[in-house]
Write a protein that binds this ligand. Structure first.
Ligand code: MN
Length: 284
């Protein structure tokens, strides 16, 4: 299944070139900041998720649907620093994920398809990082790599937008709009091996990143095992698995397109009209 949010929080199931509104099949459904898909994932963990009936519910042509972030406020967004060797080389880093561990991004940084990344600074680079996103489906605490995929609900495209400044990682990656997610979540049954997916990220019409998730230093299984040894993962948490080589600066008016095999294609814009000089950060 491909599950999306659209039209101010409605839950849609992709069926061919249409989106079927299945919100009412989730009843009783209480509107919440974490959204309808998050509620569905939590129910699925308890074995209480409805089986969707595609014959009922309004059908909207996918091309006309106003898609939103499928998980507008995840409980946690976990990032994997330096998890591809070619990215380690391009940044001239001496350490990788095995030394650094994982980091957290603010859950308020999420935006959805078609929205704009807002550049904060006129004189510091803000880079795109195209990444495979893992959506947790079952509570995971100290799980083995062997059992890790049993805890995955599905996969999505994640852009881990990052300022290249001297600030802490959690600051540089947590600006509002710095975590575009979508266009939907594809359930794990459609991705037999998350460590063998082609990933491509284009900016302003040029391909900047092109890799296979087979090149991850910590593959998805190992990343879940390691992360869950540190912190309990809950349904709806999102892990951004790390970026390959090809990160680069974003400019006002750019379109960023992240395409991951079997998962989907996420497209967002870039708006630098509110950027200020780094030395003029509020509060200094
Ligand atoms: Mn990243």
């Amino acid at each position: 299944m491909r599950l999306a949010l659209f039209d101010k929080g409605r839950l849609g199931l992709v069926d061919g070139d249409a989106l079927v509104d299945v919100t009412d099949q989730l009843a009783p459904f209480a509107s919440s900041p974490s959204g309808a898909l998050h509620q569905y994932i939590e129910r699925a963990e308890r074995g209480e998720a409805p089986r969707f009936d595609l014959s009922s519910g309004a059908r909207v042509p996918l091309a006309e649907a106003a898609l939103e972030a499928p998980l507008p406020r995840p409980g946690k967004i976990i990032g994997a620093p330096v998890n591809y060797l070619d990215h380690k080389a391009e940044m001239e880093y001496t350490t990788s994920i095995a030394d650094l561990g994982v980091f957290l991004k603010a859950n308020s940084s999420v935006i959805g398809p078609g929205q704009d990344i807002l550049l904060p600074y006129t004189d510091k680079r803000t880079d795109q990082e195209g990444e495979l996103g893992v959506v947790i489906g079952r509570t995971a605490a100290k799980v083995s790599a062997e059992n890790a995929l049993d805890h995955v609900f599905g996969y999505t495209c994640v852009l881990d937008i990052t300022v290249r400044s001297g600030e802490d990682r959690s600051t540089r990656k947590s600006f509002d709009t710095f975590t575009p997610i979508g266009p939907w979540v594809v359930t794990a049954d459609e991705i037999p091996d998350p460590d063998a997916l082609e990933l491509r990220c284009d900016v302003a019409g040029e391909t900047r990143q092109h890799t296979d998730t087979a090149d991850l230093i910590f593959g998805v299984r190992q990343l879940i095992a390691y992360t869950s040894s540190v912190m309990t993962l809950h349904p709806g948490d999102v892990i951004a698995t790390g970026t390959p080589a090809g990160v680069g600066p974003l400019h006002h008016g750019d379109r960023v397109v992240l395409d991951i095999e079997r998962v989907g294609r996420l497209e967002v814009g870039v708006d630098g009209s509110g950027a200020t000089a780094y030395a003029e950060r509020p509060g200094l």
